[in-house]
Design a protein around this ligand. Structure first.
Ligand code: ADP
Ligand code: MG
Length: 257
């Protein structure tokens, strides 16, 4: 290969933004020559490396823009500690058929039982599978929608929140919504209905959602849309945080007994 060909090859790789190939090309061509690789093998290897790097970069980008508050995985979830969570149901959800089918998930239960953990873990699976995901706290979401409403950019904000294939709305019900907030959320849920999936977590049972919305008619209309295609996971059990505290407590007590 003469200098002109070498330079043009590198220039073209840069122009075509084949950055990984550009980076590994020289070393790999040397190795390939030693190993007597065929042209097909060389092309296959180089393109495969480029694709792998691009996929990994895209996952990283989506992982960042999902703004998960913490990283949690399904492997880290102790199903034995929380027997009310059916492992086969979670495994089935982790196939992400629910995202393909634009279905919802609602995780209900008292504080500390792993609702947010499971929501984040399923969200991370969705990111890895190529879906756009966004995690948001319910109170924060309502404030942002209300602000957009006041500033006359509600429709734009709605489009922003509607574009995600999976939206995770965490902590429904820790604080009740006022009338404007309830209407904003109702509109978002209606817009996403049967178009994309949403995961909700809440410490309030469905019967108590009227209190969250402070309006039983809106709460019923919201639940009607959410539950039409939905898996509910009702977690009944002890707080994992409490278990950890107890374990730490036992540890500190033992040396003195
Ligand atoms: P919730 O959202 O239900 O209030 P979290 O999901 O925030 O609870 O869980 C509280 C903490 O306990 C988190 O650090 C979470 O990772 C951990 N945790 C909860 N349940 C489990 C579990 N079954 N296995 C492992 N860790 C868990
Ligand atoms: Mg939580």
């Amino acid at each position: 290969m003469n200098n002109f060909t070498y330079e043009r090859l590198h220039n073209n790789l840069q122009c075509l933004k084949l950055d990984t190939i550009e980076e590994i090309l020289d070393n790999y061509l040397e190795l390939a020559a030693k190993d007597s690789k065929t042209t097909m093998e060389v092309l296959d290897h180089l393109l495969e490396q480029e694709r792998k790097h691009r996929d990994a970069a895209a996952i990283n980008r989506r992982m960042k823009s999902a703004v998960f508050p913490v990283k949690k995985t399904l492997e880290e979830f102790d199903f034995e500690f929380q027997p009310s969570v059916d492992k086969t149901v979670i495994k089935d959800l982790s196939t992400l058929r629910f995202v393909h089918n634009t279905e919802n998930i609602v995780l209900l239960g008292p504080p500390g039982v792993g609702k947010s953990h499971l929501a984040v873990a399923l969200g991370m699976e969705a990111v890895k599978a190529g879906f756009s995901v966004y995690f948001v706290n319910a109170g924060n979401l309502i404030e942002r929608l209300k602000k957009a409403n006041r500033e006359g950019v509600f429709e734009k904000k709605m489009r922003d929140f509607t574009k995600y294939k999976l939206l995770i709305i965490d902590e429904m019900g820790y604080l009740p919504f006022d009338e404007e907030g309830a209407h904003c959320l109702f509109q978002l849920i209606s817009k996403r209905y049967e178009k994309s999936s949403t995961i909700f977590t809440s410490n309030k049972s469905y019967g108590e959602w009227g209190e969250i919305f402070q309006d039983h008619v809106i709460a019923a209309a919201v639940l009607d849309r959410i539950l039409h295609h939905c898996t509910t996971i009702n977690i009944k059990g002890e707080s994992y945080r409490l278990k950890e505290r107890k374990r730490q407590g036992i540890k500190t007590v033992i040396p003195y007994t």
